[in-house]
Design a protein around this ligand. Sequence first.
Ligand code: ATP
Length: 332
Amino acid sequence: MRKIAMLTSGGDAPGMNACIRAIVLTSLRYGLEVYGYKHGYNGLLEQEYLNLRASNVTNIIQRGGTILRSARCLTFMSDDAARLAAKNLDALGIEALLVIGGDGSFRGAHHLSQHWQGQVIGLPGTIDNDIYGTDATIGYYTAIETALDSIDKVRDTADAFERIFLIEVMGRNAGFIGLNAAIASGADQVMVPELTRSCEDELKNIIDHIDAVKRRRGNNSYIVVITENLWPQGVTQLAQTLTEETEIECRPVILGHVQRGGSPVSQDRVLATKMGAYAVEAALEGKSGVMVAEVNQQLSCCPLETSWQTQKALDPYLVKIQQDLFDLLKRP
Ligand code: ATP
């Protein structure tokens, strides 16, 4: 192999730059030419790429975002677009393409592999951690830290004003950030899709819990961590309902995109570096149609489809602890 390329796609995640750096340096170490396509799959279609050298990745390990930029590219869903991408990759002489992104980006990589003879390898880069087959994704640990930092700050006001705060965290349709940030911050309640069967039951559950906790503690301060997209009418409406039902002022706080940015924490930098180096070595071994994964600190490759065909479950022990603490808080 002489030429390898990469792109970052979907939502950006802290640690993507650390991963790009590891891919570039490992490729150069093995004597490969290494290219970076810009703006996700758009770069493949537009032939927008950089020939990357060590100097391009100096001093980026600590930076959030991605120096290659990221983007959604809906046109990439078509067969014509995948064929054009294949033609462009061949024109540049690329033999392996590494895709850093979430499960959507991996579907895109799989789609490309139906039309391109080169090797395709995915690296899980998303704050949501909703990718089956790997313990963690690049960016996930930093997102928990960012959410935690904000929850700790909101708690000060919740205590001072004796208010209820509903804090919405990211996660798309998965509760990894929510559950972990709730446990780490000592939140009173967490609402994540995996543990919420009926919104009506959940509402009643929370109102009863707020009442019990108020009697136990003798104050009105209460923190709920909730995953985005969970409450059908949105958290602002849920906050209004809780204010009316409990007669305690409830305020929504939507953390939003701050969770996607920032300097990656050490776990994300190390994970990204390991995965980036491993992906290049997997490419040199001829692997294709796979995702790099880490399970119990062991790196391996699994089929790309694994990442979206099975839903990743929350840690059952963490769920049990959360439930036990929730029940304990209710006791008189
Ligand atoms: P995140 O969940 O962190 O935002 P993601 O990779 O899942 O990351 P998506 O927006 O779902 O983000 O997908 C990123 C891009 O991957 C899409 O904009 C599109 O270019 C490509 N893609 C997604 N699904 C497909 C598909 N079925 N076929 C071809 N390309 C796809």
